[in-house]
Design a protein around this ligand. Structure first.
Ligand code: AMP
Ligand code: ZN
Length: 113
């Protein structure tokens, strides 16, 4: 999947709705539509990269933006313990081929949005 028709590009451009939870100049975060843990947020670069390796090797500024936003949201929404993980490749469970970090926690802090 290239940028054309990429659902996460459309969310980043705010062309289709998502429950946004945070944003900075180069990254945007929204609640996973099908949460697998009590806290489940996706953090994506606004620019399209197929996976975290492509993001890391081509665009350090966007990588840092994704990691910063994920870290800020982890401190805001997770009670100390969390995971920030990037499925990469179909065999690893990647289904949307626009790089995205899953911020998950079994111990969210207070009321979630
Ligand atoms: P992955 O399997 O690592 O590629 O993760 C893709 C994630 O995107 C899954 O957890 C889906 O539930 C989530 N997802 C897919 N479409 C949307 C959407 N429109 N809004 C929010 N989350 C989505
Ligand atoms: Zn995309």
């Amino acid at each position: 999947m290239t940028e054309d028709g990429c659902i996460f590009c459309k969310i980043a451009r705010k062309e289709i709705p998502a429950k946004l939870v945070g944003e900075n100049a180069l990254a945007i975060a929204f609640w996973d539509v099908s949460p697998r843990q009590p806290l489940h947020i996706l953090v994506i670069p606004k620019v399209h990269y197929a996976n975290v390796a492509e993001l890391t090797l081509n665009d350090e500024a966007s990588l840092v933006a994704v990691m910063k936003l994920g870290s800020e949201l982890a401190l805001e929404f997770a009670e100390e313990s969390f995971r920030f993980s990037f499925n990469t490749g179909a065999a690893a469970g990647q289904t949307v081929f626009h790089a995205h970090g899953h911020l998950t926690s079994r111990t969210p802090r207070g009321e979630l949005a």
